[in-house]
Design a protein around this ligand. Structure first.
Ligand code: NAP
Length: 320
């Protein structure tokens, strides 16, 4: 099979497009022929060698993908070759034509969802779900600010919130991104690059503030976020790329919470419940993953540069 291999950590070009032996299934494992691969920012941190969790070298990147079951181990239950699936992890890495998976990493992909959309589900949708409902505890009738609504996690969060009758205010840094977030149904959309946009967000809530903020770039925004919260508001920190200074009094004044999250901290039962809920929402047509850009698998380095660039429009996928 063709696959991406990383022999040393570093810049995007350390990813080599190579021929590899096909993985073999055993026990309860499932082999999936990958039709689309989801690209996540964390793939770039791992490739650069700057992430807390480092794989043993050499390795094939990627945990998200979608495709058809190619083979199952002799002890695998309830799944057959030919079934459409999406992945939330992989033993061998998804930047490849074939990926070996554990049973809990493989989920049924409804017929109304394309493989590219399926590849957008794993990390981004589960993160958005956990941030909104487990960590943010946002309820119907509340207002959430999706701070960075144009990307993979943001577009998922907008749709999940709207499906639960939560009012959504979003931000994006490009006109295309703002159009996308508006088209998804956000009530109001602001440009997080414009000076003073925070004041416009307060105006949009009649100066009360929002109940919850899903924050994609806490190192830039956390200090201001605390001043955008309603009483008992919560900031869920999903993304942060550096240190930040806050005035703790802004939290005190509002009885506000700052809640961090990493999807990997979710328990196996929480993850199973999240993927079950996502499957139901997909089948009901209440969420439709947004794919903004695709690249050939051989161009994985370009995809890594693109996912770290401004101007997000949903997920980036690779096509083997
Ligand atoms: P993505 O698809 O690359 O999207 C990045 C988002 O951040 C875009 O909406 C972008 O908007 C927005 N952004 C850029 N500058 C911003 C600013 N100043 N204020 C607010 N938002 C800004 O990435 P993603 O997959 O959605 O992930 C978002 C972040 O969450 C990343 O840092 C990622 O590492 C992290 N993450 C964490 C977890 C976890 O478990 N905690 C899981 C998944 C992702 P424009 O491009 O329109 O400017």
């Amino acid at each position: 099979m063709k696959a991406i291999r990383v022999e040393e950590f570093g810049e995007p070009d350390v990813m080599q497009f190579v021929e590899q032996p096909d993985p073999k299934v055993s026990g309860r494992e499932i082999l999936v022929r990958i039709h689309a691969v989801g690209v996540n920012p964390v793939d770039t941190y791992i490739r650069a060698g700057t992430y807390a969790r480092k794989p043993q070298l050499p390795y094939t990147p990627g945990s998200d993908g979608a495709g058809l079951v190619a083979a199952v181990g002799r002890d695998a239950e309830g799944i057959k070759p030919g079934e459409r699936v999406f992945l939330s992890g992989s033993i061998s890495g998804t930047y490849a034509e074939l990926a070996l998976c554990a049973p809990e990493q493989v989920h049924a992909l409804p017929d109304n969802i394309t493989f590219a959309q399926g590849a957008a589900l794993g990390i981004a949708h589960a993160t958005a779900y956990r941030a909104l409902f487990h960590r943010g505890q946002v309820r119907a009738g509340e207002t959430v600010l999706v701070h960075g609504a144009s990307g993979g996690v943001g577009t998922a969060a907008v749709q999940l919130a709207l499906a639960s009758e939560i009012r959504v205010i979003g931000t994006a840094g490009s006109p295309e991104g703002r159009d996308l977030v508006r088209d998804l149904g956000a009530d109001q959309v602001f440009d997080h690059k414009v000076v003073g946009y925070q004041d416009a967000i307060l105006d949009a809530t009649s100066r009360r503030g929002v109940d919850c903020i899903l924050e994609m770039l806490a190192n830039v925004n956390l200090g201001d976020d605390l001043r955008l919260l309603a009483p008992c508001g919560r900031v869920v920190v999903i993304g942060s790329r550096g240190r930040v200074e806050i005035d703790a009094r802004d939290a005190m004044m509002r009885d506000a919470d700052i809640r961090g999250m990493i999807l990997g901290n979710a328990s196996p039962s929480d993850l199973a419940a999240i993927y079950k809920s996502l499957a139901e929402l997909l089948a009901a047509g209440q969420i439709r993953p947004v794919v903004g850009l695709d690249f050939a698998l051989a161009a994985a380095a370009d995809a890594h540069r693109a996912v770290m660039a401004a101007g997000a429009r949903g997920k980036i996928v690779l096509i083997p």
